[in-house]
Write a protein that binds this ligand. Structure first.
Ligand code: AKG
Length: 322
């Protein structure tokens, strides 16, 4: 369990997160941990069997979010390790034009429980070891970070490796993570770890600083009545509880559209508030951009994660951080 001797974040970092809606923590993972997670990513990619894969592509649905990926392979991936392919890895006839290791957009969504190296990032043991004996050397341990951000019962969900493949890595349009992982009231925070350098060339994240304060969660991605997923208006709370949120805080003019790129080195952790508008561009470069991300929601009483969310909890419930 994270203790008071493990502050997770300094008071300045907490203040910066609340001001900007995101926080970059350089060197959160040492090179040895980055290597272990990259090795695991390449191992997982090598296990992909395309002969039995439904060839599900990861589609974001563009800015509108309509036509988001939503087949059964996706909808039942919350307690599995599954592979979603880059849309541009296929030619017009539907044939893959890349080897499988170069065709996967993302791997998800239960790495934090089913893959030992990724699971070990959530370790709360004082020496950093987990039940499997893997010892990550972490700064900004997730449990301690969640505590510093005020979570009472943080639950981890939707872990994924995003490969952002060379030449074809798809863009991620502006979005808020609470659209996809909605609690009422919103509580999601993304933990995003660069496993390779993320640059302007290979599609680093960019952020609209402060937008978590004024951008409401207007829509939610939910399971369709019959099948698939759909974007629907959000009838619940659109901002987290607390002071300092509201549409009236939206700045005038260009400030409401001025995205700031977040180029980071491998090993950096980026924390992303669930209401923050952020995006990434297509990777047209020759260099991939592998990252690992998971999200945390508040599991305490008074926060509802309902059955309409596209991602439903595994039988054992979403993973407790402490
Ligand atoms: O890594 C990316 O390009 C996008 C990730 C993202 O926006 C997210 O996880 O919310």
């Amino acid at each position: 369990m994270a203790t008071s001797s493990d502050p997770g974040l300094t008071p300045d970092q907490v203040a910066a997160f609340h001001r900007d809606g995101y926080l970059i923590i350089p060197s959160a993972l040492p090179p040895s941990t980055v290597s272990a997670l990259l090795d695991e990513t390449h191992r997982l990619l090598s296990t992909l069997d395309l002969s039995t894969h439904p060839l599900t592509r990861f589609l974001t649905g563009g800015e509108s979010g309509d036509n988001h990926v939503g087949d059964d392979y996706f909808l039942t991936s919350g307690d599995k390790i599954r592979f979603f392919l880059e849309d541009d890895a296929f030619d017009a006839s539907g044939a893959l034009t890349k080897p499988k290791e170069r065709a996967v957009n993302k791997i998800g969504h239960y790495l934090h429980a089913l893959s030992a190296p990724f699971a070990s990032l959530l370790s709360t043991a004082s020496d950093g070891s987990d039940a499997r004996g893997y010892v990550p050397d972490l700064r900004a341990r997730p449990a301690a970070v969640a505590r510093a951000l005020g979570f009472a019962d943080p639950r981890v969900l939707q872990s994924m490796v995003i490969c952002k493949q060379p030449e074809i890595g798809g863009a991620v349009p502006p979005h808020q993570d609470s659209t996809f992982l909605y609690t009422d009231p919103p509580s999601a925070v993304g933990f995003w770890y660069a496993l390779e350098d993320a640059t302007l060339e290979n599609g680093c994240l960019s952020f609209l600083p402060g937008s978590h304060r004024w951008a409401p969660v207007e829509r939610r991605l939910v399971r369709g009545k019959e099948e698939g997923t759909e974007m629907v208006p959000n009838g619940g709370a659109r901002f987290p509880r607390g002071e300092g949120y509201g549409e009236g805080l939206r700045p005038e003019g260009e400030a409401a559209q001025a995205y700031v790129p977040g180029e980071v080195k491998a090993g950096s952790l980026v924390l992303i508030h669930g209401n923050l508008l952020h995006k990434s561009e297509k990777n047209l470069s020759q260099k991939g951009r592998i990252i690992y991300t998971f999200h945390v929601i508040e599991g305490a009483d008074g926060f509802e994660y309902d059955e309409r969310n596209w991602l439903q909890p595994p039988a054992e419930g979403f993973t407790k951080l402490y």
